[in-house]
Design a protein around this ligand. Structure first.
Ligand code: AMP
Length: 261
């Protein structure tokens, strides 16, 4: 089996993140050696031409992952719930979270925590699905989900299907891979996300049952996005964080994988 390389990029403006720089962009891939150079170049170009501003700090890490350490997980099926605006989108997203078993008060609290951010985080908040309390210790940085990608064959299948629905873009592809990893983590019940790209208003709720897109979860022009990962219990937090941050995952579409839009 070929060795895969984890490639991770984070970019900021006003200096490195750890010295107060404003987060501009991040990216995560897991690629074969022959794809390393092009992937790194693509990430650096993205950081320099981002709609959130031009990065003046770019950190790219390239690291081999032992083939035995890679786990395969299923690509989530995709569904779109049409909504008129972000008010309707948020109400529909809250209803999905509740249907997945997140306590309605906890979902409200998590949504409120995203709405009071005055700057985007780099990672996700981990929240107890019963109490709505934040359970990770990563503050404004959040927990960064890394070391995941789709299999090369899976990417062809995914892009072909997304193209037919006009959805073949980086946002959807990367979010689907990330969400497929997130809901495969121990102790994870659901994820809520919307982008920090000011031009991209869509977001999603993911559970083990699938990835549900809402075309509007924030107003156009807002550069503040975020992710909340709901855990079944705060006791699971350490295991969940270790998996999200370190477990190498290749996402693969199963034979019954589908998009319903
Ligand atoms: P994006 O979907 O890339 O626009 O990101 C939206 C928000 O999700 C960001 O502001 C971060 O808070 C969070 N985020 C982005 N990438 C990751 C990641 N790899 N792991 C955890 N959270 C992330």
């Amino acid at each position: 089996m070929t060795v895969l390389y984890s490639i991770r990029m984070r970019a900021a403006q006003g200096g490195p993140h750890e010295q107060g720089g404003r987060h501009i962009s991040g990216a995560e891939r897991l690629v074969v050696p022959a794809a390393i150079a092009a992937t790194v170049t693509g990430m650096v170009v993205r950081a320099l031409h981002h709609s959130r501003g031009r990065a003046d700090f770019i950190n790219v890490t390239v690291e081999a992952v032992a083939p035995t350490a890679v786990r395969q997980v299923a690509l989530l099926p995709v569904e779109t719930v049409p909504v008129q605006d972000y008010h309707a989108g948020r109400a529909a997203a809250l209803a999905r979270l509740a249907a997945a078993g997140v306590a309605p008060a906890a979902a409200d609290q998590a949504l409120a925590a995203l709405l009071v951010l005055n700057e985007s985080m780099r990672g996700a908040m981990l929240v107890d699905a019963s109490t709505g309390q934040r359970v990770d210790t990563y503050g404004q940085r959040g927990v960064r989900v890394t070391r995941m990608d789709i299999s090369p064959d899976g990417e062809q299948v995914l892009r072909h299907a997304l193209r037919r629905h006009g959805l073949d873009n980086d946002h959807v592809r990367e979010a689907l891979v990330l969400a497929s990893k997130v809901v495969s983590a121990p102790g994870v019940l659901a994820e809520l996300c919307w982008s920090d790209d000011p031009e991209y208003t869509a977001g999603y709720v993911a559970t083990a049952a699938g990835y549900v897109r809402f075309p509007h979860l924030k107003p156009i022009g807002s550069g503040i996005g975020g992710r909340v990962v709901f855990l079944t219990s705060s006791k699971a937090a350490e295991k969940s964080v270790a998996y999200l941050q370190n477990q190498a995952v290749v996402v693969v579409p199963t034979a019954d994988w589908h998009i319903a839009c």
